[in-house]
Design a protein around this ligand. Structure first.
Ligand code: SF4
Length: 264
């Protein structure tokens, strides 16, 4: 018994050391990603993480820009998306349109059916309106768990996050260690403004979700997204019944510490 515990402890220690080494090696690359254009960031990402890299697209405007850059530069970066099962029909149409437009494939990951069945049986179909905890639980089942599956075996993933998108993203770096998922996260559009994103979409005729033309800015699940009035914060259409500092789904908490980002 004691021997088993000792072995387990040694294995655990070895695992911790291995992970620390992995992180240290990754962080040594970070300076080379500074002050580069988005295109160069993506090229460098392929160079450094070839075969162990993927782009997580939520089909938003920023993600469509990244898809455009990947397709035009023929970058070896697989694209995946997480289908929560509660999307707008326009989002499904956009998946199809994007695949046809660029002649590429977007891998779709779904939640585990048993996770959703258990959640709905216990808390109902619209549990997310009842409390922040239940909303985060739903996001965990429908997004975070499938994301873990999509990221398994990778060394780095790419996201379309921008600093000005929300209070929780103000400390965002172009490349950072994603402690929650234990790999590198690359954000090639960190410094882009909303205007720059829209201009790129128009100038390059990038396919996008028509809901954006009807006041929807950040588009997620249909039940948790609403149109935003002029002058309202872009993220105010997501989980509008919650306080701003609660508005993350567990996919993008930098260094696992939401509090630190809010204060910065
Ligand atoms: S956005 Fe809403 S429906 Fe979608 S996973 Fe999160 S809580 Fe569930």
């Amino acid at each position: 018994m004691y021997k088993d515990k000792l072995l387990f402890s040694q294995e655990f220690q070895a695992y911790i050391m291995q992970e620390a080494e992995k992180r240290k090696k990754a962080e040594e690359l970070f300076p080379s990603f500074k002050n580069l254009s988005s295109e160069k960031v993506l090229n460098l990402a392929v160079d450094k993480f070839r075969g162990k890299l993927a782009f997580a697209s939520s089909l938003g405007l920023e993600d469509q820009v990244i898809t455009d850059i990947i397709a035009k530069n023929k970058l070896d970066i697989p694209i995946f998306t997480l289908d929560t099962g509660r999307f707008f029909n326009e989002t499904y149409e956009l998946i199809e349109k994007t695949e046809k437009h660029y002649a590429l494939k977007i891998s779709v990951y779904f939640p585990e059916p048993s996770d959703i069945e258990n959640m709905v049986r216990n808390f109902g179909v619209n549990l997310f309106y009842e409390s922040a905890e239940k909303r985060k639980y739903c996001c965990a089942q429908r997004k975070v768990k499938p994301l873990r599956r999509a990221l398994s075996g990778l060394s780095a993933w790419i996201c379309g996050l921008r600093r000005e998108q929300s209070i929780t993203r103000s400390g965002l770096e172009v490349i950072e260690w994603d402690e929650g998922n234990n790999l590198v996260k690359i954000n090639p559009l960190t410094d882009w403004t909303e205007e720059k994103v829209k201009d790129y979409i128009t100038e390059n005729k990038v396919p996008y979700n028509p809901l954006h033309d009807r006041g929807f800015i950040s588009i997620g699940c249909a039940c948790c997204t609403r149109a935003v009035k002029p002058g309202e914060h872009p993220r105010s259409g997501r989980w509008w019944w919650e306080a701003p500092e609660q508005k993350e789904c567990g996919l993008h908490i930098v260094n696992g510490r939401l509090e630190r980002i809010i204060k910065s």
